[in-house]
Ligand binder design. Sequence first.
Ligand code: FAD
Length: 296
Amino acid sequence: MKEVLSQFGIVEENVDLETLNTYRIKTHTKYLLHPRNEEDVQKFVNYAHENHLSYFVLGNGSNVILSDTMYDGVIVKLDQMRQIEYQENEVTVGAGVMLNFLARDCLEHGLCGLEWASGIPGTVGGAIFGNAEAYKTATFTYLKSVRYLTPDGVIKTSPKEELSHDYRTSFFKENPGHIILEAVFCLPSGDKKKSLGLIADRLQRRLASQPLEYPSAGSVFRNPSPTLPSGKLIDELGLKGTRIGDAMVSVKHANFIINLGNATGKDIRSLIQLVHDKVEEAYHIDLILEQEYKDW
Ligand SMILES: Cc1cc2nc3c(=O)[nH]c(=O)nc-3n(C[C@H](O)[C@H](O)[C@H](O)COP(=O)(O)OP(=O)(O)OC[C@H]3O[C@@H](n4cnc5c(N)ncnc54)[C@H](O)[C@@H]3O)c2cc1C
């Protein structure tokens, strides 16, 4: 199988996923495929469908809760697709580019608007999928178009106007099976010094309010409304510090679950369920998960 898969990019077998997910869940995949370009992705997907091979795309693993058992399929990582091209106020980026790198690289080319994204440890693909957002600016704000592979293996480019998006969701999240390959952002010209100041300020705010010293996957639940943060509800119930195995509700930020060292996917899942049920019982609010379970 490794030989067959090597037609579609660089292949690794029996791969430890601990450093490939920000919760640092200790789990494995049978195969990890790094396609070199969009043709590789397209050919692989066609092959996988014809041969009933299971697969999924992993960005930087900063919004997922992986299962504890070995994944008996192919995890596709687009980390070879990190091209960045500038043309006037537009930047075309591969789905595997890290958001924080892009935010700073744009400044070197006189473009601003992505300062908000500098503290988000995700890829462009993952950010578009979940319409990542911070400080009232979202991934779709400056997005112009997305190039993607449809579930039936066709490569398409759609302008933002044709792609639904909302708070922490997008067309791609609502319609599973699409693979984001590349995106174009149209950004305003800016002042590098001012933007660097903004980035430093945002990072300082994160350091003060988020448990960045521990592995996590960011906010666990979506906020029920802009004026009602999930963290406030969880905090009011005295759930900070609640622990299952090595998974713990952060004492610094109640909407973060952290890994104290050896948390399993099951520990994190059980703790999420416990918090969800306590909030539902107390407030009759059904909190929606912002992170995503990757079940296999
Ligand atoms: C410390 C910390 C702070 C965070 N702060 C924020 C924040 O302020 N705002 C925010 O919105 N999020 C935040 N997050 C969450 C997370 O970083 C973002 O949601 C990020 O956009 C996820 O990107 P990723 O590449 O890691 O995606 P992954 O976690 O790897 O994947 C998420 C989903 O996207 C899918 N996916 C990934 N790439 C593609 C692709 N190319 N095509 C199709 N599907 C794809 C995956 O299959 C998966 O379903 C934070 C996380 C951490 C750990």
